[in-house]
Design a protein around this ligand. Structure first.
Ligand code: ARG
Length: 450
């Protein structure tokens, strides 16, 4: 028996087979549960248009539910001479059910199977990223509230500039996550459209009910044009990885700040000893390796959209095997993103803040604008006040004003964390993950698919 779905009288060369499969079997394991769910929706639709009998459908659904359980229990494998997850599932069905198993592929191609698998995988991993990002958001807001009155120096050009606060510093990253989540929600919308039924990229002469599979899989709508549905391969991954890159960019900046502020030359924050690493030669070292690796991991994630762009950029419309390689860095990227967010959340919640930085003389000049503002409030034109304070500084007779009272009423004391929380909550509520959970539960015949 031919081991490939497409092998006829000639067996493919062994080196060609290993070259073309590459790491695809390993990658397809990420997609396995979604491949089964996609097949369940497809055959339910085939029965509705008369291509399967009701008995055949029930037999197939039972077998697919068994395969799904096997995947959940970690028992599912893609055998050595089987090309991919799609072939493995069909093989398991035909081994168990004979001719009935051979009927499931009517009106579809592995091209739309992998498309739908990817969309279902991405949708569920976006949910995991959103949950992790929400934990980090909550921690950042809590730290911001906690340290809202603790001042720290703000910098421009890495030169001491104006007073800031730890409340502002933590809160800035929380608000940055609001925008990142907004972009991720857009990526979720792009993902949440059904490509199934586009088959090899040109549809089918069977009267496929694409609306039915759209509902069965809990998609918002479908990729209507079948040529466009295929063009979505690579595009969806690029858009989603751009959204992940947004979160990575926020966290990478936070990681850099944290490394810098933790250095003895700044001394603004301190990481707990158990979150630092040591040196083999210098006994005093407590290094912020976690934030350094976070920075590098975030940079790797930000490289992903470029890699996908390069793989897809010069391809015309239609399916090409090039697309397979996107999986290799894209599918594991979600695990990496979630691990980064969780680690940073733990770090942020345990950061110790130096509440007495401003007593250090070297930060005295950052109150220069406060003094200018004080003179302006007393009626001196701003430019004259600016010049007077500038000259006082040059002549060494500048006296910093009372530090807290002049800064607290302005933007430093006004964190707006409640507004930031409301913005985050609004974007979060728009994801509506329940729709697909309920759809999966129905397909699997379960109360809840979690
Ligand atoms: N492993 C393939 C991929 O990821 C599955 C689709 C195969 N289709 C084909 N026409 N060879 O693209």
């Amino acid at each position: 028996m031919a081991s490939k779905l497409w092998e006829k009288s000639v067996t493919v060369d062994h080196d060609v087979e290993s070259y073309t499969v590459g790491r695809d079997r390993e990658m397809d394991l990420y997609l396995a549960p979604y491949d089964v769910l996609g097949s369940m929706a497809h055959i339910t639709m085939l029965e509705s248009i008369g291509l399967l009998t009701a008995d055949e459908l029930h037999t197939l659904l039972d077998a697919l539910r068994d395969i799904y359980r096997g995947i959940e229990q970690g028992e599912f494998i893609i055998e050595d001479d089987v090309e991919d997850v799609h072939s493995q599932v069909e093989l398991m069905l035909t081994r168990r059910l004979g001719d009935i198993g051979k009927k499931i592929h009517s009106g579809r191609s592995r091209n739309d199977q992998v498309l739908v698998d990817l969309k279902l995988f991405i949708r569920s991993r976006i949910e995991d990223v959103v949950k992790a990002a929400t934990r980090l958001f909550d921690t950042l807001i809590a730290q911001s509230d906690r340290y809202k009155d603790v001042l720290m120096p703000g910098y421009t050009h890495l030169q001491v500039a104006m007073p800031s606060s730890f409340g502002l510093w933590f809160g800035a990253y929380a608000e940055s996550l609001v925008d990142d989540l907004t972009v991720l929600r857009g990526a979720y919308d792009v993902t949440n459209r059904n490509p199934l039924g586009s088959a090899a990229g040109y549809g089918s002469s069977f009267p496929l009910d694409r609306m039915m599979t759209t509902d069965l899989l809990g998609f918002d709508s479908m990729d209507y044009n079948v040529v466009y549905a295929q063009m979505g391969r690579g595009k969806t991954e690029r858009i989603v990885s751009q959204a992940l890159a947004g979160i990575a960019s926020t966290i990478g900046k936070l990681a850099y700040d944290a490394c810098m502020f933790n250095s003895q030359n700044f001394g603004f924050i301190k990481l707990p000893d158990e979150y630092t690493t040591g040196s083999s030669i210098m006994p005093h070292k407590k290094n912020p390796d976690v934030f350094e690796l976070t920075r590098a991991k975030c940079n790797k994630l930000q490289a992903l959209p470029y890699e996908i762009t390069l793989i897809t950029n010069n391809l015309p419309s239609g399916y090409f095997r090039d697309l397979q390689l996107i999986k290799e860095n894209f599918l594991p990227a979600f695990d990496s993103m979630i691990a980064i967010i969780d680690m940073v959340e733990a770090m942020v919640s345990s950061i110790k803040v130096n509440t007495d930085i401003l007593s250090d003389e070297r930060y005295r000049l950052m109150f220069s604008v406060e003094e200018v503002n004080r003179l302006a409030r007393e009626g001196m034109p701003f430019r004259d006040a600016y010049k007077k304070v500038g000259l006082d500084i040059e002549n060494g007779c500048f006296i910093a004003p009372d530090k807290v009272s002049h800064t607290h009423a302005g933007s430093i004391g006004n964190l707006c964390n409640d507004r930031i929380k409301a913005l985050y909550g609004k974007v979060l509520s728009e994801f509506k993950f329940d729709t697909y959970h309920e759809a999966f539960a129905r397909l699997l015949g379960r109360e809840n698919a979690d």
